[in-house]
Design a protein around this ligand. Structure first.
Ligand SMILES: Nc1nc2c(ncn2[C@@H]2O[C@H](COP(=O)(O)OP(=O)(O)OP(=O)(O)O)[C@@H](O)[C@H]2O)c(=O)[nH]1
Ligand SMILES: [Mg+2]
Length: 412
């Protein structure tokens, strides 16, 4: 893994520099606002510093010497082979102690508080590591006996991820990948930094609507019934219209319910944007042709059960039927409160319809965020927006991976 820091006058500028240097697959680990200091601070502007990483393809590397271990780096640590193998120890621990409810484990609570404190310190720790003049070095004793603190900590991370409903398969994967680079003797902070980075890389960068491309760009919202497609569409359209001053227009293909068109019309009226109802592919292309002056055309669609073949076919026709002259983006809207197994099925069925990005709604109704990671990994689709309430337009955010990972690891 290559990790570097980049500065810019804006967050976007710093991110752009990182992407240019590190290339595809760049992941932002941390964003820091640097306020000017000193008596001339009023003449200086705030700058931004991003810590970015890119994971290289697996390559054989010569393990570094133990005294050069860095806290957050994903490097192999050369230690004398421990007497009891780390992996085996963890496997035994898992077998002996299946994930327990927080409430039934008093010792777990103080460990949890400890984890929260450590998560708080994590970005500082990453910062320190990248300060080139003062690389942080960790003293590792030559050989350690079974390191009970590290083992306890690995077990707690394992349990916390499961409690947050990250699927066991992915939890095992993350832990096993961690085990490859961490050995008995790794400090708790090294373990945490490693798992944190693994999760950030797995989640990837959020991808959102591009409003600067060829006009008009057509944005479809698809997904099961009642997940919040129309509300989310209105929130996003409103942001683009009000904050970014883009020209937005609406189409609705949701002609199954009478109230559906009224709902969208209300938002269109508030935003003073045109809206058309479309029944066929031809009507869609004709309507968009008349919206050539608009930056973004938001298309609301009817929610349907993924078991309904007719509606699925109609949706496919609509998505495939968009005139090739137009660029499109498709967002699959999912509720964070839907069961894991159902989400898998939905992700599969909608994959047959289009390549989509993921929006998760109703995050205010759950505290377990594991399904976001599960579906991101299962579908391979990029995350985009998350919604946290019913208020239009404010209850929406672009996914913040640092925040999400902290939550997955038991932080606030
Ligand atoms: N708590 C909460 N409720 C939400 C959120 N987003 C949408 N809702 C609510 O979910 C309900 C359904 O929202 P809609 O936008 O109509 O959902 P839809 O997917 O368009 O529904 P159909 O068109 O019937 O398939 C409404 O009561 C919304 O206010 C959210 O982030 N949190
Ligand atoms: Mg709707």
């Amino acid at each position: 893994m290559t990790i570097n820091k980049y500065q810019g006058r804006t967050k976007e500028e710093a991110v752009e520099k990182a992407k240019q240097e590190l290339g595809e697959g760049t992941v932002i680990l941390n964003v820091k606002e640097i306020k000017p200091k000193g008596i001339f601070q009023i003449f200086k502007n705030t700058t931004y510093e991003v810590t970015a990483a890119v994971e290289e393809k697996e390559a054989f590397t010569v393990p570094k010497k133990a005294e050069n271990i860095s806290l957050a780096a994903d490097e192999k640590i050369a230690l004398p082979k421990p007497e009891s193998d780390w992996k085996e120890m963890l496997a035994q621990a898992r077998a002996a102690e299946p994930p327990a409810e927080k409430a039934t484990e008093p010792a777990g609570n103080s460990l949890h508080e400890d984890l929260e404190r450590r998560l708080e310190n994590l970005s500082n720790m990453l910062e320190k590591q990248f300060a080139a003049e003062h690389p942080v070095r960790e003293e590792i004793p030559e050989v350690r006996e079974a390191d009970s603190e590290s083992l306890q900590f690995m077990k707690m991370l394992y349990r916390t991820l499961l409690e947050n409903e990250v699927n066991e398969r992915y939890v095992n994967q993350i832990m096993e990948e961690g085990e490859k680079v961490l050995h008995n003797g790794s400090s708790v902070d090294m373990i945490l930094a490693n798992v944190y980075q693994k999760l950030i890389l797995k989640l990837g960068q959020p991808e959102v609507i591009c409003a600067d491309g060829k006009k008009p760009r057509v944005i479809f919202f698809i997904g099961p019934t009642g997940v919040g497609k129309t509300t989310t569409l209105a929130k996003i359209a409103s942001k683009y219209k009000v904050e970014y001053e883009k020209k937005v227009a609406f189409l609705t293909a949701d002609t199954y319910r009478i109230a559906a068109t009224d709902q969208l019309r209300t938002y269109a009226n508030i935003l003073d944007a045109p809206m058309s109802i479309i029944y066929t592919v031809e009507e869609m292309n004709r309507a968009i042709a008349q919206m050539s002056d608009y930056d973004l055309v938001f298309v609301d669609t009817a929610g349907f059960s993924h078991h309904n073949d007719t509606q699925r076919e109609d949706m496919k026709k609509l998505l495939d039927g968009l005139d090739e002259a137009y660029e499109k983006e498709v967002y699959l809207v999912l509720s964070a409160t839907t069961k894991y197994r159902d989400l898998l099925e939905i992700a599969d069925i909608y994959k047959e319809l289009a390549d989509y990005r993921l929006i998760f709604t109703k995050l205010d109704e759950t505290s377990a965020y594991g399904n976001i990671l599960n579906i991101r990994l299962y579908s391979g689709a990029k995350l985009s927006y998350m919604t946290v309430g019913q208020n239009v337009p404010e209850d929406i955010e672009v996914f913040d991976m640092q925040k999400l990972v902290k939550q997955l690891l038991g932080g606030r």
